[in-house]
Design a protein. Structure first.
Length: 223
């Protein structure tokens, strides 16, 4: 897997430097103190979707998980997985009754509506790869879903009031350039009023077939 991802990086950079039109934006430098696999790679962002024509979809990697299963019938070079009888290549030369761990993948379609709001359509879970032990499966998962802590620009904070209830929000700009707003409590509102930058947690979800393709999710405040 590592070798294939390495080749994908070189090919992706070559295409980018050649000026080819792409659905991806470069997400550069997630903070000097925190390394990021987005450095030198490409990322899907919500800006990618909002710039597309109405009702045109962009497909992005969304999530991964590990599931335990049992090998059922062997059919040629394939095997079925119980309890759902899913058919997969028997790459590990398993026998009927063997316990295996399966890496599963979900992607999403991001569709821009006429009101410029993004609709998210999640796919079903699909099995990608089998492992003989859970440790090996988690090793791949940790490379495909990468947690990053980074410093981002704080655009500002504001309050809203409705029927006597007040809510606080903060707006930050991610390294990709797109802005997001998140609810905050009173203590964080007071703290953020004085700041120009804040630390956030991001999750980088990478495409299994081409590691350079990734989607960044906001995962919380780091301060």
């Amino acid at each position: 897997m590592t070798r294939r991802w390495g080749l994908s990086r070189k090919r992706s950079r070559a295409v980018w430097l050649a000026g080819a039109i792409s659905l991806m934006l470069v997400l550069a430098g997630c903070g000097s103190n925190y390394p990021s696999v987005f450095e030198g790679s490409s990322a899907y962002t919500t800006d990618t979707v909002s710039s597309k024509p109405v009702n045109e979809a962009v497909r992005v990697p969304w999530d991964y998980r590990i599931m335990e299963g049992t090998v059922g019938d062997l059919i040629g070079s394939d095997m079925t997985l119980l309890p759902n009888n899913e058919l997969m290549p028997n790459d590990g030369n398993y026998a009927t009754g063997d316990k295996v761990w399966i890496l599963q993948f979900m992607d999403a379609e991001l569709v821009t509506g006429a009101d410029n709001r993004n609709e998210i359509r999640l796919s079903a879970w699909r099995s990608l790869k089998s492992f003989k032990d859970e440790t090996a499966a988690k090793g791949d998962l940790e490379q495909l879903k990468v947690a990053v802590t980074t410093q981002v620009d704080l655009v500002g904070v504001y309050k809203t009031e409705y029927k006597g209830e007040t809510r606080n929000f903060a707006v930050v700009e991610l390294p990709s350039g797109n802005q997001i707003k998140q609810p905050i409590d009173d203590a964080r509102y007071t703290d953020f009023e004085k700041k120009k930058t804040v630390d956030v947690h991001l999750e980088e979800v990478h495409d299994f077939a081409d590691y350079d393709l990734a989607y960044a999710k906001f995962r919380g405040w780091a301060n």
